[in-house]
Design a binder for this molecule. Sequence first.
Ligand SMILES: Cc1cc2nc3c(=O)[nH]c(=O)nc-3n(C[C@H](O)[C@H](O)[C@H](O)COP(=O)(O)OP(=O)(O)OC[C@H]3O[C@@H](n4cnc5c(N)ncnc54)[C@H](O)[C@@H]3O)c2cc1C
Length: 377
Amino acid sequence: MRPLTCDVAVIGSGIGGASVAAELARDCSVFLFEAEPTVGVHSTGRSAASYLPSYGGEVVRKLTVASRPLYEALSEWLDRDLLVPRALLWTVSDAESERAVAKLLGTSSHLVPLDTAQMVELCPALRPDRVSGGALDESAMDIDVAELHASYLSALTSRGGQLHRAVRVRQVVATSGGWRIETGTIGDVFCQKVVDAAGAWVDEVAVASGIPAIGIRPKRRTVFLSPHQLADRAGSWPLVMDAAERWYFKPEGPTMLVSPADETDSVPCDARPDELAISVALDALDDVTSLGLRSVTHSWAGLRSFVSDRLPVVGAWPTTPSFCFLAGQGGYGIQMAPALAILAADLVLNGTTTSRSDAFGVAPADVLPTRLTRLDP
Ligand SMILES: Cc1cc2nc3c(=O)[nH]c(=O)nc-3n(C[C@H](O)[C@H](O)[C@H](O)COP(=O)(O)OP(=O)(O)OC[C@H]3O[C@@H](n4cnc5c(N)ncnc54)[C@H](O)[C@@H]3O)c2cc1C
């Protein structure tokens, strides 16, 4: 049997791996490996599906804003809206959230400061005696994550790339011309470059390839759905987020989607919801809203994976240019995926940006793994 070969092997088919594989397949042959029999079962399938341009560090915000026209182009191509408007209300209820909103207003010039009456007009469930103003991000949206993810996988295969499900990459061995990937299920695959896009498992894959771990820290976040008293008029309400990020909620059909915004260190795993965090969030929302949230109809959790500066890690390992990362997307991996995929494909293929990714305003040094050698662990 002839050995399987490709130019680039991408490991992990969440939104990171799927999107960069699709971009790379424009220029070279690509295999995308997914350990699970079904795609999108880890972080990508567990998100809150929000596009929040004022959320995250500067690099994240730049990539999120740069993704907006790319989302629009994809929506036109699919003849289906991937983004649907849902504003974001950053909410102040104490000194900590007041400081946080002041910082947000300083970093995102498109945010509009609001007083309490304006906040309550936009979300009538907020208690005027508990909320003291906030800020409005009108450019926020809901994302059709399943459609976005499916569109990248379909672009990959239509450009000649291959998706291999239920294939866990076990070992990656350097050869004279590139890499030999040991899968166990489909045998060995030979390629010139590897992209490690394994989400919470990114360090496991790096170490199995003889590359140092980048210090990924998977952090569990819980989400739940709760029926509420105002369901008949809540559909168009904004996403309401505590400015100090201790909770957020947004309408989801007849229920409210709520997160306690927990960030608990975890090993890479099939994350489970934190019951205590759920009950703390119910109490907090009882205090600041009249939603009357009592029961939970469904709950889930996923891992948001960060390195210490909470910015994405993209491009080649400094001493091994044929081994690249696409990792550390934290809580922003969907909203910035379209621009991040183009930037990552440029860094994988050329080692630097091209005119297309230059326009995003992100310097390669901001995302390349080289910077990690200068950071505190
Ligand atoms: C509760 C929650 C809410 C969130 N809300 C938002 C939001 O509103 N907006 C937003 O932009 N982001 C949000 N995020 C963050 C976003 O979901 C992540 O940043 C993004 O999904 C990360 O994608 P990924 O492809 O890196 O990881 P994953 O989706 O986890 O994909 C990694 C894949 O690699 C595979 N894999 C691992 N090891 C191997 C191996 N050895 N061989 C083959 N395959 C392997 C895994 O099976 C997995 O499918 C949220 C996250 C959580 C948990």
